[in-house]
Design a protein around this ligand. Sequence first.
Ligand code: ATP
Ligand code: MG
Length: 233
Amino acid sequence: MLLKIENLHSGYGKFLVLRGIDIGVNEGEIVVLIGPNGAGKSTVLKSIVSMTKIQSGRIIFKGQDLLKIATHDLIRLGISYIPQGRIIFSNLTVKENLLMGGFILDDDLLNSRIEIVLNIFPHLRKKLHLQADSISGGEQQMLALARGLIADPELLLLDEPSLGLAPKIQEEVFVKIQEIRDSGISVLLVEQNAKKACEIADRVYLLENGEEVLSGGRDILAHPLIQKVYLGG
Ligand SMILES: Nc1ncnc2c1ncn2[C@@H]1O[C@H](COP(=O)(O)OP(=O)(O)OP(=O)(O)O)[C@@H](O)[C@H]1O
Ligand SMILES: [Mg+2]
């Protein structure tokens, strides 16, 4: 198993959000976290990158205890985190944003990685010299994904990549995430759009109130609990 989260209790200061979370991500999988607002989905990702206060439990990546590793060293280990909200450097160009994603690489490697990533996101090639906030919302999300791939991660942590995008663009984002998985990168994906996310998932976990209430394959969508959470039935 690439990533293993065991009995995680984590939160902010004294405020405990996650109470006993167990999540696993195997190589080459898309694992999806769904759940209502405030369930603790983002907190799971932030815990992996040491941005929360972990009270107990373990997070193991490739046999290493992540609690002992500083956030800025995670990219070297092979973990790339793309936070909620399409975070790009809006006053830099598209190219400069991509360069930022590879700050740990030497110049030759960085240039070859940018080429590889631009082949996955060919639309960005024509936009390289534009300021990042001048491209469309969908393109900004693609840029955030692209930047996350520059350092050649083994695990991509993605927080709500489809949020605020038109349905057609959301569709494109989900297709890209599948392409990323098919290229051998594991993905831990947080999504509000449970239906779309489950369709591309290898495994799904449902969080509610900081607890894991259900897990299973993509067919989990038909489970009465999910119907209840998402459809109020
Ligand atoms: N920096 C923070 N400091 C204190 N509390 C926080 C912080 N970030 C989140 N919380 C609280 O932690 C709980 C879980 O939040 P989290 O962002 O993980 O939920 P989420 O499932 O990602 O929700 P959403 O779907 O709205 O993004 C919420 O009660 C939230 O108010
Ligand atoms: Mg969130």
